[in-house]
Ligand binder design. Structure first.
Ligand SMILES: [Mg+2]
Length: 427
């Protein structure tokens, strides 16, 4: 069944669950690990309510080879459900959910169903300023598994609520958080190749576009990976060289790979193993060849606290798109800062709306290293009136209330129609 047919065939039934369960993965419950609780003051709503949520399932067209965007459900481009939340006073907030079937179990189709039939119905009539309350409602609609339920999907709601809250308060995200706005974020160029012959071409393309920092996709073969790292390091001697295995090594090969990679000039190793290989992570951290960062599997702040307690990592590759959105991600950055862990900025090949959210977050928290926000490298369309400025491998942090961007609804609708999707409205 093609996506167009699937979207048309999904039944329109909407059943909102009401629940007071407060088993949110967002709630911190630790005693040993230092956490700096983010202030959750809720400004008086003045009677404003969430009145309507519109969903626009679509695909951003792409260029270049990237392993996650291949096959029947990936080659159409970067799937997204654009979320527009409208309040009773007519204010709108925009977000997007960014499923990738080859990266996690959330797909464009399941994201649409979860948003339309589970998350959106429980938010209608709610106070748009109470973002934590919205997460508790969503926890009641879809129960957690090991961690927060459908985190990539719910990030679309979370980001739209942050945009909305900022607009209602007349503040940027950084202002809402009491942080300085970052001016710009340095970006890292992704080198994902199937053959070593391609390394030079892909790396040179980044250099030609002004990028100075590179990240490489590694695993499962440590010999290939070390050769890849060596070539990139040679072409870009000053790079912060970040290797991401996406959980692709076995515990044995990861222990062989880490010393080889450090010899080849790699600075950090991300996601060497699937997150359930707890003893494998512990062994790699103990080996100490490279700083070990986690990505896949770190969803709620509670997960991160547990992984720190278990001695599994030296840091985290942050992604608001992965972990349920900005509320969860801010807490995770705070946890890393309080516990002297490394935090790096990453994304899920974020298109414009999520990119604006990630840039605001990383800018506000003063990200030090080049961010793997590779949407601008791979995506060839946008839905903004004024696209985010990317120059010489640097992205400007959008300024202004909320996300600081203006979404062009006509562009959204056009891209959705090209992708074979249709608008869904929940009131
Ligand atoms: Mg990663």
């Amino acid at each position: 069944m093609k996506r167009r047919e699937f979207l048309a065939a999904v039944p329109a039934a909407a059943f909102a669950l009401s629940s007071d369960r407060r088993d949110s993965g967002m709630v911190l419950d630790n005693q040993d690990i230092k956490t700096n609780e983010v202030e959750l003051s809720i400004t008086e709503p003045g009677g404003i309510q969430i009145e309507r949520i519109d969903l626009f399932p679509l695909c951003y067209p792409m260029t270049g080879y990237f392993k996650f965007f291949t096959g029947p459900h990936g080659s159409a481009g970067r799937a997204a459900v654009v979320v527009k939340i409208t309040t009773s006073d007519g204010t709108t907030g925009w977000g997007q959910a960014l499923p990738i079937a080859k990266w996690s179990y959330e797909t464009l189709e399941t994201a649409v169903v979860c948003l339309r039939d589970y998350f959106a119905p429980v938010l209608i009539g709610q106070n748009p300023l109470d973002i934590e309350g919205a997460h508790i409602k969503m926890d009641g609609a879809i129960a957690p598994g090991f961690s927060t339920g459908m985190p990539i999907t719910r990030a679309g709601i979370d980001v739209a609520l942050h945009d909305l809250k900022g607009k209602l308060l007349g503040q940027s995200l950084a202002q809402m958080w009491g942080k300085p706005a970052g001016g710009s974020i340095t970006l890292s160029w992704t080198v994902n190749v199937l053959s070593l012959d391609e390394v030079e071409k892909v790396t040179e393309e980044g250099i030609a576009r002004g990028y100075r920092h590179f990240n490489i996709k590694v695993a499962p073969d440590p010999v290939f990976d070390a050769a890849l790292a060596r070539r990139v390091r040679k072409l870009a001697p000053d790079t912060f060289l970040w290797a991401d295995a996406n959980g692709g090594y076995t515990p044995e090969t990861a222990l062989q790979a880490a010393p080889r990679l450090v010899d080849a000039g790699v600075d950090v190793l991300e996601a060497p193993l699937r997150p359930n290989r707890i003893s494998g992570y512990q062994a790699l951290k103990k080996q100490g060849a490279l700083p070990i960062l986690m990505d896949e599997g770190v969803v709620s702040p509670t997960d991160l606290i547990e992984f720190i307690r278990l001695g599994m990592c030296n840091g985290v590759a942050m992604k608001p798109a992965r972990c349920g959105g900005l509320l969860s991600n801010r807490r995770q950055i705070e946890i890393c800062l309080e516990n002297d862990l490394m935090w790096l900025g990453s994304g899920l090949t974020d298109p414009d709306i999520m990119l604006a959210a990630a840039l605001a977050l990383y800018g506000a928290y003063g990200l030090q290293k080049a961010a793997v926000l590779n949407g601008p490298q791979f995506l060839t369309a946008d839905v903004l009136k004024n696209p985010i400025k990317i120059e010489n491998g640097t992205a400007a942090v959008p300024q202004g209330p909320g996300l600081g961007i203006e979404v062009d609804e006509e562009k959204v609708t056009a891209l959705m129609k090209e992708s074979g999707g249709r608008t869904m409205t929940i009131t």
